[in-house]
Design a protein around this ligand. Structure first.
Ligand code: HEC
Ligand code: HEC
Ligand code: HEC
Ligand code: HEC
Length: 115
């Protein structure tokens, strides 16, 4: 009995460790899909091979405005959502299916990592 419990808890903790890892690493698009945001919400008509670019209006339909986002990231220096670049495309940094990239670093060297 004790041995079975030990095995069960070991398996569970292994599963949990695996889960914690995968919950951390999926890309932005997959994290949205996991929260119930379907492919179609970002991609107008996701037929294989014909993917529509995601403009910022798509993102802002749920995330409101750059002003609201700027408040959420007010502690970041510099604020990625309030700066001299203005209201650029979200996908310049939040690339969707790949690790995010800070477009600012085309010119600067800021230590910020968009997810
Ligand atoms: C949160 C929004 C979002 C969701 C949800 C999403 N995608 Fe994307 N997808 C993007 C972005 C951003 C890009 C990059 C192109 C761009 O800048 O518009 C992209 C690009 C793609 C591409 C082009 C190849 C590539 O990797 O750049 C394919 C194919 C694709 N998505 C398929 C899907 C499928 C299938 C789903 C559902 C499982 C999905 N996407 C869900 C945002 C999203
Ligand atoms: C249908 C609504 C919807 C759309 C469209 C949408 N999001 Fe989201 N987004 C959400 C929800 C819901 C969350 C989870 C919020 C939370 O956990 O507090 C979220 C979380 C996020 C997060 C932070 C948490 C994480 O998982 O990274 C980022 C960054 C983000 N969205 C960026 C984007 C971008 C960029 C786009 C457009 C390409 C986009 N979202 C489109 C609903 C949406
Ligand atoms: C200059 C790069 C850049 C652009 C452009 C950008 N973001 Fe972000 N965003 C970041 C960084 C960096 C963070 C902090 C790390 C993270 O959570 O990804 C962040 C965080 C977020 C978060 C999480 C905020 C929280 O609650 O902590 C959301 C939601 C988000 N961005 C949505 C958007 C949307 C929607 C757009 C377009 C209107 C956008 N971002 C444009 C870089 C950017
Ligand atoms: C095309 C190049 C370019 C891009 C991309 C760019 N910047 Fe800049 N940025 C500049 C230049 C040029 C200056 C002025 C430099 C100076 O006065 O020394 C500047 C100045 C700044 C300053 C004030 C000076 C400093 O370094 O403290 C901040 C903060 C800043 N940028 C943040 C950002 C952020 C955040 C992004 C991304 C959303 C960004 N920049 C994208 C070129 C760029």
């Amino acid at each position: 009995m004790k041995k079975t419990l030990l095995v069960v808890s070991t398996v569970l903790s292994m599963l949990f460790a695996g889960f914690a890892f995968s919950a951390d690493s999926p890309c932005l698009a997959d994290r949205h899909v996991a929260k119930g945001v379907k492919c179609e919400v970002c991609h107008v008509a996701p037929t294989p091979g014909a993917v529509v670019k995601v403009n910022k209006e798509k993102c802002l339909a749920c995330h409101q405005s750059y002003e609201v986002l700027a408040q959420k990231t007010a502690k970041l220096e510099p604020n990625p959502h309030f700066n001299h670049m203005g209201a650029v495309r979200c996908t310049d940094c939040h690339t969707g299916h790949t690790k995010g990239q800070l477009m600012c670093n085309d010119c600067h060297k800021f230590d910020l990592q968009p997810k």
